[in-house]
Every structure is written in structure tokens, then in C-alpha cells.
Design a protein. Structure first.
Length: 337
């Protein structure tokens, strides 16, 4: 059977990585839906693969999504507004894209019979304190509500939640590289701030796991190590020959946390540990309110959340090892040799 995949936001960091893996995996057709015609043209010239089909559209427009999803085997929904500061200043825009746009993707896919939709979320959706995280938390609720309200649907909707993906758009690593290469102080917000570390390629395995194993409403998290922002900065500097970089503390930005959580404590209590991943099944309780108020649930055990403070912590040498595997880092080091 012919396999066709639609990637929304396919010209972004996640999207481009997913597309490359789909091409390598032998997909018959990969459709890239985005609103940036310049990035589409750049990507078309870079890949030069007849299996790629570029579609100009916006997830805010359900008709363009429905047209793109017709005849598709699966959808990876990566289109989103992801920058914390910009979403703080323009929260309604975050709602329009991250919440309403996601609803459009899910409903359009279901209306044309797409078997599987995987939605991309973020650790900022757990106990959110900023507009971007709040909008992503609502996106997750939209996906879960579809699964809850449409138990007989032929479309399986699942969620993958990520921490910091190294060298993706918005990652601090390119900034650190630019600063150390150009001899400027490395600016960090709080030296004790921790973040999960995952490569773009590792992120693809989580998507594939969701496509292969999801039941509708499932949420998946890949286990990942973490480090402090200071360790990350010093590891980047060391890779470029500076073992004692000048570090400047600038204070936290709009809506930043000291640490990020990939699973809340309530989710952790309900999660299934599958080895490399956590699976959180859908809470499929109905609108029988006595289940919430009279009977309750025994699942609220004394579990902690799964966060970047209590996961495996990496030192400078370990982080250097992770960074040195990134193609972007290898290319920069080779160019300076």
C-alpha cells in the first residue's frame, strides 16, 4: 500500500528532520504544508526529491489542511508558534495557531479518514507559566478531547511531548556557538537552570514510536538526560577550544522556569514505563460528574513529576559528547580546523 505522510510546519527544524527521515525510510510521498514560500523553495532546492510535494497553506485555514490531508496515510503536526517571548507579547496569535490550528488539523484529518495523527507538544505544556506553554497545553486537551468524544473514529490522535531539542530553531546552542566563536561573553539566564537534552534525530524515534504504538488519546514522552545551562555553555565553549569562557548572567526571560517537566506528577502516576518511553493513556472518564466528585480516583499516588532536575544529570564531558554528535557542530569544528 502506498504510504503518504503530511507534515505540517514541515519547513521548521522538526519538520525538516522528520522529512529527511521519511525520505530515508522510503515513504512514497511526503507533503509539506507551511505558509513560508521562501523556506519551501529553499527546501525544494536542497532536497531535489520528486517524492516531496510542497503545499502553501496555514493550519488556521481548515480548507487548506483538509485538501493537504486528503489521501494521506498519516499526519505529523509540527506547525506552531514556538518562541516564548513572542507568544508572551502576542498570546492570541499563539491561540490561533497552536490551539485552533491544531483543532483544524485533527478535524480535517478525521474528515478525510487519515488513520493516524501525531501532534507535537513541549515540556512547557506541563504546569505552564507562559503563553506558549499554555497554548500547547490546550492543544493537548483538544487532541485528547477528540479521542474522548470520538471513540469509534478511524483516526488515532496521539501526542508526543519534547524537552529541549539540541540545535533546533529557538535552541540556545546556536547562540552559545556564535558567542564563543566570535569571542563574546556567553550570556546565560541562571546558572542553575536545567533543561532536557535530545537530538533532532532522537526526536524522530519518538514520533515513529507513537505512529506504531498509539491508541487514540495517548501521550508519549522519551526519557532524556539534562544539564544546567552553565554546564551546557561551558561544554559548547570547550568544543571550540575555550575551557574558561567569560560568562555573563543576564537574568531570566519572559516566562522562563528554573526547570522543565516532561510529565506532571498526576501524569507520572498514570504513566506506563515502556523502557525508553513513558506512555500516558487517555483519561477516558465520561461527563458523569460523580466519577470526579463522589468516587474520585486512586491514581494520585505520591509520584513526583518527571523533570529536568530529577532526571539523569550530565557533566561537561558528557554534554560535549552529545554535542559532538550533532552534524551542525561537526561541520563548524571541521570548518575551523
Amino acid at each position: 500500500m502506498s504510504r503518504t505522510t503530511l507534515v505540517t510546519g514541515g519547513t521548521g527544524s522538526f519538520g525538516r528532520t522528520i522529512v529527511r527521515h521519511l525520505l530515508d525510510a522510503g515513504d512514497d510521498e511526503i507533503r509539506v504544508l507551511s505558509r513560508d514560500e521562501t523556506k519551501q523553495d529553499d527546501m525544494r532546492r536542497e532536497y531535489r526529491d520528486p517524492r516531496l510535494r510542497f503545499l502553501l497553506g496555514d493550519v488556521r485555514d481548515i480548507d487548506s489542511v483538509r485538501e493537504a490531508a486528503t489521501g494521506v496515510h498519516r499526519v505529523f503536526h509540527a506547525a506552531a508558534l514556538k518562541q516564548v517571548p513572542s507568544c508572551e507579547f502576542f498570546p492570541i496569535q499563539a491561540v490561533q495557531t497552536n490551539v485552533m490550528g491544531s483543532s483544524n488539523v485533527i478535524n480535517a484529518a478525521a474528515s478525510v479518514g487519515v488513520p493516524s495523527v501525531v501532534c507535537l507538544s513541549t515540556d512547557k505544556a506541563v504546569y505552564p507559566i507562559n503563553a506558549m506553554g499554555t497554548s500547547k497545553a490546550m492543544m493537548e486537551k483538544v487532541a485528547q478531547a477528540f479521542a474522548r468524544n470520538n471513540p469509534t473514529s478511524a483516526t488515532t490522535v496521539s501526542i508526543t511531548r519534547y524537552g529541549n531539542v539540541m540545535y533546533s530553531r529557538g535552541s540556545v546552542i546556536p547562540l552559545f556557538v556564535d558567542q564563543v566563536v566570535n569571542g563574546r561573553p556567553m550570556t546565560i539566564t541562571n546558572p542553575e537552570m536545567t533543561r532536557f537534552l535530545m537530538s533532532l534525530d532522537e526526536s524522530v524515534s519518538l514520533v515513529n514510536y507513537a505512529f506504531d504504538h498509539a491508541e487514540s488519546g495517548d501521550l508519549f514522552v522519551r526519557k532524556a538526560p539534562a544539564c544546567t545551562v552553565e554546564v551546557l555553555a561551558r561544554a559548547v565553549a570547550a568544543l571550540f577550544g575555550d575551557d574558561d569562557p567569560e560568562i555573563k548572567l543576564i537574568g531570566s526571560r519572559h516566562g522562563e522556569k528554573l526547570y522543565e517537566s516532561l510529565l506532571g506528577r498526576e501524569e507520572r502516576a498514570r504513566s506506563v514505563d515502556t523502557g525508553d518511553y513513558f506512555r500516558v493513556p487517555l483519561d477516558a472518564r465520561s461527563l458523569e460528574y460523580e466519577l470526579f466528585f463522589d468516587e474520585g480516583s486512586a491514581e494520585l499516588a505520591a509520584a513526583d513529576d518527571y523533570n529536568s532536575h530529577n532526571t539523569e544529570q550530565l557533566d561537561i564531558d558528557q554534554v560535549k559528547g552529545l554535542l559532538s554528535d550533532l552534524p551542525e557542530i561537526r561541520a563548524l569544528i571541521a570548518a575551523r580546523a
